[in-house]
Design a protein around this ligand. Structure first.
Ligand code: PLP
Length: 359
């Protein structure tokens, strides 16, 4: 039996056959009711993932990768809305600061070492000093696998009257997000990570109120403009239609399989089995399992092996792992259980790990 390559990088993911088939549905025009129905179904299902009330929340969908959604969130909500504190403990937090600078936001950084936990005392001290209206934070920092503690960060922000803008690109659909308890205004994410869709569509779950009076610093990335059109069944620009078909199917599959709690449980189980297999082979994790997301684990490269050698051996066996970024490129590798991965794939992976690391 032959297998397609299994992707263990943190998106794009290995698609289920059902989602892949959706990519080749009939051509439709985005100005026709067929597309309006498809888009409306996606928007409704996105709110349903965390049980959000559509009187309070909405979900403008844009064509682009996850970065487009994060940048749309900042470029729409950020200008003239007061000072933003950007929490940085990896590549994606730093990228938000870069966006804040480009779009002329009033912002400052809470810069930590990559992989470090956000310390509540440090955050509180900064908020207490005053002037911060919004906290921008990455939920799951994919750089290291650390799951930032949104509950604590949100409670600190709430105590000082700040709200949260969240990059949840690599946690949406698989981790708890306290929409109902935390002062969250917006959450950006994409089709091709925990929702198991194809790359090319992204969205922001945002409070309707927050879109009512914005001064956007962008055209394509203006969420208020997208929302205004989409609410009326239209689109501001040409959408990535095949990718929308796949996202609708991915969302249906996600709901049928038990929603985010079921996906979290499945990822945890797979991540744990992989970590055990690697541990037996003498490979240690960079971050404790408890502090890691269910979506990705980072491991130290063994002393005597290069990333390329490990990557190539596993690819030969049918699995694509992921290198470290930036300063971590020579010291870690990453493995993500996202995507349509089956028990027999995991058995084959564990065998490949045994062979690769015992050589
Ligand atoms: C994947 C990811 C993004 C977006 O990356 P794209 O390459 O634009 O899809 C943003 N933030 C986090 C935390 C991510 O994991």
């Amino acid at each position: 039996m032959t297998h397609d390559m299994i992707l263990l990088n943190p998106g794009p993911v290995t698609l289920s056959q059902r989602v892949r088939n959706a990519l080749v549905r009939p051509d439709i025009c985005h100005r026709e009711p067929e597309f309006a129905d498809l888009q409306a179904a996606i928007r409704t299902r996105l709110l349903a993932v965390y049980g959000l009330d559509d009187n309070l929340w909405t979900a403008p969908v844009i064509s682009g990768s996850g970065t487009a959604a994060v940048e749309a969130m900042l470029a729409t909500l950020g200008p003239k809305s007061g000072r933003v504190l950007v929490i940085e403990n990896g590549v994606y937090g730093e990228r938000m600061s870069e966006m804040a600078a480009v779009h002329g936001l009033d912002y400052e950084r809470l810069a930590l070492d990559w992989g470090d936990a956000v310390d509540a005392d440090t955050l509180t001290a900064r908020l207490k000093a005053g002037g911060i209206k919004h906290v921008a934070v990455v939920h799951h920092e994919t750089t290291t696998g650390r799951l930032n503690d949104l509950t604590t960060i949100g409670a600190c922000a709430k105590a000082y009257g700040a709200d949260l803008w969240v990059d949840a690109v690599s946690s949406f659909g698989a981790e708890a997000i306290g929409f109902h308890d935390l002062p969250i205004t917006a959450v950006a994410a994409s089709a091709n990570k925990c929702l198991h869709g194809a790359p090319g569509a992204a969205f922001v779950l945002v409070r309707r109120q927050a879109l009512a009076d914005t001064s956007p610093a962008a055209v394509y990335l203006d969420l208020a403009r997208h929302e205004q059109k989409q609410r009326a069944g239209g689109t501001a620009f040409t959408p990535a239609i095949p990718v929308f078909y796949a996202l609708a199917e991915g969302l249906a599959e996600h709901a049928e399989e038990g929603g985010w709690p079921a996906r979290q449980a499945r990822y945890r189980e797979l991540a744990e089995r992989v970590a055990e297999g690697l541990s037996t082979a003498g490979v240690s994790p960079m971050i404790d399992a408890q502090a890691s997301s269910c979506v990705l684990r980072a491991f130290y490269l063994p002393q005597n092996r290069s990333y390329d050698a490990i990557h190539d051996a596993l690819k030969q066996a049918g699995f694509v792992i992921y290198a470290g970024q930036g300063g971590l490129i020579k010291s870690i590798f990453r493995v993500s259980p996202m995507g349509a991965i089956h028990d027999d794939d995991v058995e084959r992976l564990l065998t490949a790990i045994r062979h690769t690391f015992s050589d």
